[in-house]
Design a protein. Structure first.
Ligand code: BES
Ligand code: ZN
Length: 952
């Protein structure tokens, strides 16, 4: 009876009100019939390493047994570089079974025992279990002689050991050099998405939330950190110490973390009493202070904004010397690449400061979005990453308004549009099963498109309503998992928390049936609208045609590199339809008009006569706009007459959309270039930089392809056109954030184009710096430029490499490495690659950005690409297939190609990889990008050439 009752609740729980009613809510795809199948049809099951049948054939774990609590003990040895460990997992059996399937990867399992609650009560020893291992699925099976009984709890004790991993995953070693030249080792974890299984056998899926009690044994020269505060330290015989940490809140395995190191820290207390500490290698301690200030401010902000306390008593942020990604949001113990956390006033630029602030804002947002409420499965990773990225905007705007992050956010949306307008894009919610595929989900679409459509929805619903909705979502799903629909329901649900809810309705004394109806209508509207943005890939194009006061709107799928005349265009459009919350303003008033475009075409009437219409006000919407007829000309006329009649972000989006439409064959390049002519008078720096970005891009394209006449003319045009602003720039760190970014961008361009005054000043500063033995402080805004100019002589290059080794500032090291990669000498570039492969002077974590930088150098592009082709196997030994670095290496060394021969070469290489069993989504993205580049050049090079001839 108990059993059937539980099953009934379980079935209900899959529906709308998952686990509001019950404690445990796991949406199972497996039933006990899968187990029966095992007994009937053993041939359908894989074979374990020892030759026996492995009783589970799915990548996802069964849900007959679920974890409740892990007692984990770990003892890493930083001399022998291995660890011994043991764990006791308390599990609940939901369906009678004879095996328990767990994840485990590269662990040596020594001993496994099982105890029932009764065994524990009477202190009976555990029964030893047989372990089968199936490495292809990173699973082990514990075989139980007698069936486990449903609804009972058991304890599984596992002793295991392993080497500290070599790479950046699981429980791995990281090293750093002290000022005195000594190399020291630390041990650190990094688990997301599927690497907790490399550190301890576990139910390594986000839905299996549990509590963790962690104990770490260490030497006295080290400290140990974990998610929770330390309760006590026990002294052991022989001088070892053992730290016991408080039991965690209920959480997913990928958020567990521990570190053994000898770092120093600075601490402060947030308004709520949470102790915040920043940890770094001892010699880098002085670079931790900005992070402390920022994390305290941001923690205060989030606790207030979400109206939910950060539930732990402490929050540690640690700068790890070897780190694969930018940062990781482990609950209470957030880990960062050094350049994402440390700020060195002498060498960190204003962009570096913005980056550190953004990363802290992002990871702290995850403490709610991701940690407190977690996506059910990795297919919806955008719920974590898109939200954390969106929250960067909200929190940084309030805590650091002077950083003016708004315009960077807009740029981020433009970046992902490039990717999302290729046919090889994917929907935000996308199937992901294997570890490689899951890793690939951490891409621009999940992060950036996720954030951009949330921003669009906020603009549609109003900030207040959106905020209320996400608070409701966080409160309702705290310590649980959620999916897309849960979010949409919370965002459209106007019920008060005190209202009673049932089956999607809300009831209260004050609110009557009409309220219920409004809620249902809105709920359906938001859900339907957002389904069009999350379940189908791509971005819409809104085509506007104005005749007098009548506006005809039409939507289609925007495709970069596929023209309307192309035969494939029609098929690529089929079945695409978005619910687009469009906004527009006109020359006649400041009002923002709103409309939802739900069908392919629609007609609107303007209230008054107007000389122009601009859609997508402030570029809050995720769509591109094309104006047919005289639409573009009317806007260009306005820009030339008085650009300030249009809002700054609208000017940026006009520049962006115009050049995107050129790539889609909808606007001619000369029209888009004509639009940039007004930039001489542009007063908004982000808008000016947007225009400059395209002109620079064309310069790099033609330079790489050796189209010397166009390159020369473009250089001439750029220097002539921007000369007044270039000459205005000082060589010191002064002004607002955007003044400083303008200075960096313009002087970088000027020196790149060999503008004599720029080269002269940079050379002078570089010589002074060398003469001072690296002690002179060069303004941070121009540091990279000065180094890059200095790197062009052999003496300068060698000196920079020496300084690279000595520098303790990650921000400075990045600038030096970039400068070194701009050398015109191939043997120097090759030396850098060799150093990166060796991993001592140039750390392996910096190899992917290094290859990317070398490939951007016209003298290095072939070198980098050949290297990747010839050393693919070696690269795969350093980074996992599907990881950030591997994807960066592939796209970074190929996506700038623009000839048919190069396309063919890349295609052949990818085919050979596929034949070896390596297949990545990025392959198709790269091939489409190169085809698009080829097409762009064929069509636009002659136009660019002519336009320059009449413009200079
Ligand atoms: N959760 C991610 C870390 C991560 C990345 C795990 C890839 C698994 C695969 C973390 O929150 C993150 O998003 N880090 C970003 C930095 C952020 C500011 C965009 C990163 O690592 O680049
Ligand atoms: Zn993230």
């Amino acid at each position: 009876m108990a059993n059937s009752h539980r099953k009934l609740i379980f079935n209900i729980s899959i529906g709308f009100y998952c686990s509001a009613v019950i404690q445990i809510c796991i949406c199972s795809q497996f039933t006990s019939s899968s187990i029966d199948q095992f007994n009937k049809d053993r041939g359908a099951f894989p074979v374990a390493i020892n030759g026996e049948i492995f009783p589970w054939h799915e990548l996802r774990l069964p849900t007959m047994v679920i974890p409740l609590h892990y007692d984990l003990f770990v003892h890493p040895n930083l001399t022998s570089l291995d660890f011994v460990a043991s764990e006791k997992i308390e599990v609940l059996v939901r369906d009678a079974t004879q095996f328990i399937i767990l994840h485990s990867k590269d662990l040596e399992i020594m001993n496994v025992t099982l105890q029932s609650e009764e065994d524990l009560r009477y202190r009976r020893p555990g029964r030893k279990l047989t372990v089968l291992s199936y490495p292809a699925h990173e699973q082990i099976a514990l075989l139980i002689p007698e069936k486990l009984t449903a609804d009972l709890r058991y304890s599984v004790t596992i002793d295991f050991q392993a080497k500290l991993a070599d790479g950046f995953e699981g429980f791995y070693k990281s090293t750093y050099r002290t000022l005195g030249g000594e190399t020291r080792t630390i041990a650190v974890t990094d688990f997301e998405p599927t690497q907790a299984r490399m550190a301890f056998p576990c139910f390594d899926e986000p839905l299996f939330k549990a509590n963790f009690s962690i104990k770490i044994r260490r030497e006295s020269r080290h400290i140990a950190l974990s998610n929770m505060p330390k309760v006590k330290t026990i002294e052991l015989e022989g001088g070892l110490l053992e730290d016991h940490f408080e039991t965690t809140v209920k959480m997913s395995t990928y958020l567990v973390a521990y570190i053994v190191c000898d770092f120093n820290s600075v601490s402060g207390t947030a308004s709520s009493g949470v102790k915040v500490s920043i940890h770094a290698a001892p010699d880098k301690w002085s670079q931790t202070h900005y992070a402390l200030e920022a994390s305290l401010k941001l923690l205060d902000f989030y606790e207030n904004y979400f109206d939910i306390h950060y539930p732990l008593a402490k929050l540690d942020l640690v700068a790890i010397p070897d780190f694969e990604s930018g940062a990781m949001e482990n609950w209470g113990l957030v880990t960062y690449r050094e350049t994402s956390l440390l700020f060195d006033p002498k060498t960190s630029s204003t962009s570096d400061k913005l980056w550190v602030t953004r990363v802290i804002a992002h990871e702290l947002a995850h403490q709610w979005f991701g940690n407190l409420v977690t996506m059910e499965w990795w297919n919806d990773i955008w719920l974590n990453e898109g939200f954390a990225t969106y929250m960067e905007l909200i929190s940084v705007n309030v805590t650091y308004p002077e950083l003016q992050f708004d315009d960077d956010f807009l740029d981020m949306c433009f970046e992902v549009i490039k990717r999302d307008s290729l046919n090889s894009s994917h929907p935000l919610s996308n199937q992901a099963e294997t570890s490689t595929h899951i890793k690939e989900m951490f891409d621009a679409v999940s992060y950036k498109k996720g954030a951009c459509i949330l921003n669009m929805l906020k603009d549609f619903l109003s900030e207040e309503k959106f905020k209320k909705g996400i608070i409701r979502y966080l409160k309702k799903f705290s310590y649980r998992n959620a999916k897309n629909d849960d979010l949409w329901s919370s965002l459209s649900d106007d019920c008060l928390e005190s209202d009673s809810t049932s089956g999607g309705f809300c009831y209260s004394d004050s609110k009557t049936a009409s309220n219920t109806l409004t809620f249902l209508r809105e709920n359906v509207e938001v859900k339907q609208m957002m389904a069009t943005w999350t379940l189908q890939k791509g971005i819409p194009l809104v085509v506007v045609n104005r005749e007098g006061r009548s506006l005809r709107l039409q939507q289609e799928r925007f495709l970069n590199g596929v023209f309307k005349e192309d035969p494939e265009w029609g098929a690529l459009q089929e079945r695409y339809l978005w619910h687009i919350p469009v906004t527009y303003s006109t020359s006649s008033s400041n009002a923002i008009h709103r409309h939802i475009l739900k069908s392919k075409t629609d007609t609107l009437d303007l209230p008054e006569k107007t000389s122009w219409v601009k859609f997508n006000v402030d570029s809050n919407g995720y769509y591109i706009v094309h104006y047919e007829g005289r639409g573009w000309d009317q806007l260009i006329t306005q820009l030339n007459q008085n650009h300030t009649f249009l809002r700054p972000k609208d000017r940026i989006s006009l520049i962006h959309d115009a050049f995107q439409l050129v790539s889609a064959g909808r606007l001619t390049l000369d029209k888009a270039l004509d639009l940039t002519r007004y930039l001489q008078h542009e007063t908004s720096i982000p808008a000016l930089l947007k225009g400059l970005e395209y002109l620079e891009l064309f310069y790099h394209i033609t330079e790489r392809r050796n189209v010397s006449d166009v390159t020369e003319n473009l250089k001439h045009y750029l220097l002539q056109y921007f000369k007044p602003v270039i000459d205005m720039q000082s060589w010191c760190d002064e002004g607002s954030v955007w003044d400083r970014r303008l200075r960096s961008a313009l002087l970088k361009l000027a020196c790149y184009l060999n503008h004599a005054p720029c080269i002269q000043k940079a050379t002078e500063l570089f010589s002074q710096w060398m003469e001072s033995s690296g002690k002179l402080n060069i303004p941070t805004d121009v540091l990279k430029i000065v180094y890059s100019v200095g790197a062009q002589t052999t003496a300068g290059w060698n000196y920079l490499l020496e300084q690279y080794e000595l520098s303790l500032s990650g921000a400075e090291k990045n600038k030096i490495l970039y400068a070194l990669s701009t050398s015109k000498h191939q043997e120097k570039l090759m030396k850098l690659i060799e150093l990166g492969m060796e991993g001592k002077v140039i750390k392996t974590q910096d190899l992917a950005p290094l290859l990317h930088a070398i490939a951007r150098n016209p003298k290095g592009q072939q070198l980098a690409w050949n290297f990747v082709k010839e050393n693919w196997i070696h690269l795969l030994k350093k980074f996992e297939l599907g990881s950030f670095p591997i994807r960066m290496i592939i796209s970074g060394t190929t996506s700038h190609f623009s000839s048919k021969d190069e396309l063919q070469e890349v295609k052949l290489f990818f085919e050979s990889l596929k034949a070896q069993g390596s297949h990545l989504e990025i392959f198709q993205i790269v091939l489409e990008t190169i085809s698009k580049n080829i097409k762009w050049l064929e069509k636009n090079l002659p136009i660019l050439r002519n336009w320059l001839l009449i413009s200079i």
